[in-house]
Design a protein around this ligand. Structure first.
Ligand SMILES: O=C(O)C(=O)C[C@]1(C(=O)O)C=C[C@@H](O)C=C1
Length: 359
């Protein structure tokens, strides 16, 4: 076929696709009206999960040319447009624009919704609690650096629930607008310095390390410093017109950060869920051991445990535990009841799809 003929064929397909997308948008609008009338959540992570899984399966069955990742990316944007049609959809995130949290939020909610950058973790929680944003996105743990303790601490006094998680592969780069041999100062977020510790030791052992509040701020400062460079993502480099001097400098090739989506309600069960809880145990010997025993008894997989000072009383700790399953599963209900007997405080932070696939 001649080039023009193929392009004409593509034009016809695109017109048909557009007609179908608008037909879908009509349906989505109807879903939105039903949700409004019934006070339901507009964002439905469980439905998105099952839809994306089904589409990936169908694509494979039909021997589709598109890789699964592309199908998911295309539908991410279709659903983003759907959410924007259903309501005034705002997402608060740890800003400024260009941070890894911003990228995680976009990878979950797409480009059609509005994003509200916040200056710190508390403001993200606050924006959602006060209804300035429908959802918030915060980092919770990194595969090499561990827990983000700021986020954990904020759950103690928050009414918010976790409704989804986002896994993002983190690629840090050395970015600057000067030559490599002119660099004497490195700007970045402390977590990123931690993720690139060995690389810094090998490449810039004498450089001054300046810790700042975000990788975007690091890029901004590096752009104005004749001897400075930043360790940050590609989006931050683009925002401040910096070049990537060296890409992918993190010590671990599988450097991944897990982010949480916070909202007012948790997510319904999908069959593959994770539940996050926090609790404080009574002050007596063996209480933590006793508290965790029901998980063993009921064969519930515990994937994570962290502890943080409660900040309410000296030497009292909050434990943050993630378990496999949904908080409405009968065996989880019983195990959590048993656990609560050993606790001076317990809170279910939420149940949500346990997708470990990086976006
Ligand atoms: O099915 C729904 O609940 C919708 O709101 C529609 C839709 C979609 O585009 O398919 C959009 C957003 C939701 O998060 C999930 C699915």
């Amino acid at each position: 076929m001649a080039l023009d003929d193929v392009r004409n064929r593509i034009d016809t397909i695109d017109t048909e696709l557009l007609r179908l997308l608008n037909e879908r948008a009509e349906m989505v609008h109807e879903v939105g009206e039903i949700k409004k009338a019934n006070g339901l959540e507009f964002y439905a992570p469980e439905r998105e999960e099952s839809l994306l899984t089904k589409l990936a399966e169908r694509n494979e069955q039909m021997g589709g040319k598109l890789p699964e990742q592309s199908v998911r990316a295309i539908y991410r944007e279709i659903m983003s447009a759907a959410l924007a049609l259903e309501t005034d959809f705002k997402i608060a995130y740890l800003g400024p624009a260009g941070t890894w949290t911003h990228q995680a939020a976009i990878s979950k909610f797409g480009n059609s919704v509005d994003y509200l950058p916040q200056t710190n973790f508390a403001d993200v929680f606050d924006a959602v609690a006060r209804g300035k944003a429908l959802y918030g996105v915060v980092p919770i743990e990194n595969s090499t650096e561990g827990a983000v303790s700021h986020t954990l601490d904020l759950f103690a006094d928050s009414p918010l629930k976790i409704c989804a998680q986002v896994m993002l592969t983190i690629e840090n780069n050395l970015i600057a607008n000067i030559e490599r041999d002119q660099i004497t100062k490195l700007y970045s977020h402390p977590q990123v310095f931690g993720q690139c510790r060995e690389w810094i030791h090998r490449n810039f052992p004498a450089a001054d390390l300046v810790e700042v509040s975000s990788t975007t701020r690091a890029a901004e400062l590096a752009a104005a410093d004749p001897h400075g460079a930043a360790l940050a993502g590609a989006l931050a480099a683009e925002l401040y017109g910096l070049s990537i001097v060296e890409s992918s400098i993190q010590d671990s090739t599988t450097n991944t950060t897990r982010f949480l989506v916070l909202g007012r309600k948790t997510c319904p069960a999908t069959g593959n869920d994770r539940t996050s809880i926090m609790f404080a145990v009574k002050d007596r010997p063996g209480s933590l051991y006793d508290a965790l025993k029901p998980f063993n008894e009921f064969n519930i997989n515990m994937s994570k445990i962290e502890s943080r000072p409660s900040k309410k009383r000296n030497w009292e700790y909050f434990f943050f535990v993630d378990i496999k399953g949904h908080c409405t599963d009968p065996k989880l209900v019983t195990a959590l009841e048993e656990l609560s007997e050993h606790c001076s405080f317990i809170k279910i932070l939420g149940s949500y799809p346990d997708t470990m696939r990086p976006e």
